[in-house]
Design a protein around this ligand. Sequence first.
Ligand code: SIN
Length: 314
Amino acid sequence: MQNNISLASHIGDYQFDNLLLNAAGVRCSTTDELNKTLDSMAGGCVTKSATPEERAGNESPRMKPLPLGSINSMGLPNHGIDYYLKFAEENQGKNGKQVILSIAGLSIDQNIEMLKKVQESSFSGLTELNLSCPNVKGKSQVGYDFDAVRDVLTSTFKFFKKPLGLKLPPYFDFNQFNGIAEVLNDFPITYINVINSIGNGLVVDPETESVVIKPKGGFGGLGGDYVKPTALANVRALRQRLNPEISIIGTGGIKSGMDVFEHVLCGANLVQIGTAFGYEGTPIFERISKELKEIMDKKGYKTLDDFRGKLKTI
Ligand code: SIN
């Protein structure tokens, strides 16, 4: 009976046959990895967040798998905007799938420079501006500075006419939910993506009495099980505060169909899988699709709209 259950969704005018995507940063640095995701059951792919030029990123070891997730301080290793923009131009719509182009400048000027390139290009898909990388030494996450977010969006929308999404850091206080929503609601943003990793966690190995990654003295972004409740809170709190035209991608702690179900109940239009995709590779999209369909079948739901945002309170 699961044949009549649909996992299709959309962000603005962009249709996705399946709501599952990779999260930026995981298995998406090369065209080979990106093509593998486009050839899988995922609804599309997201490119590694690009900087204006190629970057080597932070020193290794810079990612550590953990029993309940992962910690990383990659520092934006990537092939540069031209590499990912070319891929996005050539592959947007391949197999009926969407390519989301992620960019993460190290300054407002760098973001504007890259967005101008995107505007002038033939790329017709969604662009995601990452305002939340916690791992660049000496740079703080723009997403926590609401005036800076307003400044970058004001400058951007003076010339950027293509659909834009924002990758945001996790927020933890109702003042923060209110503050960021107030800024975002003033702009024609197509979607937000919450959350990036919980920045600057610290994992200690008591055996060796040491940190487990090298950059930044061991501080790094947490992903996986550690972050799911924070991710769900951000999807829910921002869905309650943002204009309805702004869609939400839920990212954080997804490794099963039930995790996706919870994100959608909180209001997610699409979801992205980071840590668990890193461990399992592209077969994860088929496994999670099957698990989600089983859950929907048991509950009598045929489409994601049947339960999206319908989380009950007690
Ligand atoms: C990284 O490359 O450090 C991760 C990217 C991100 O968290 O935005």
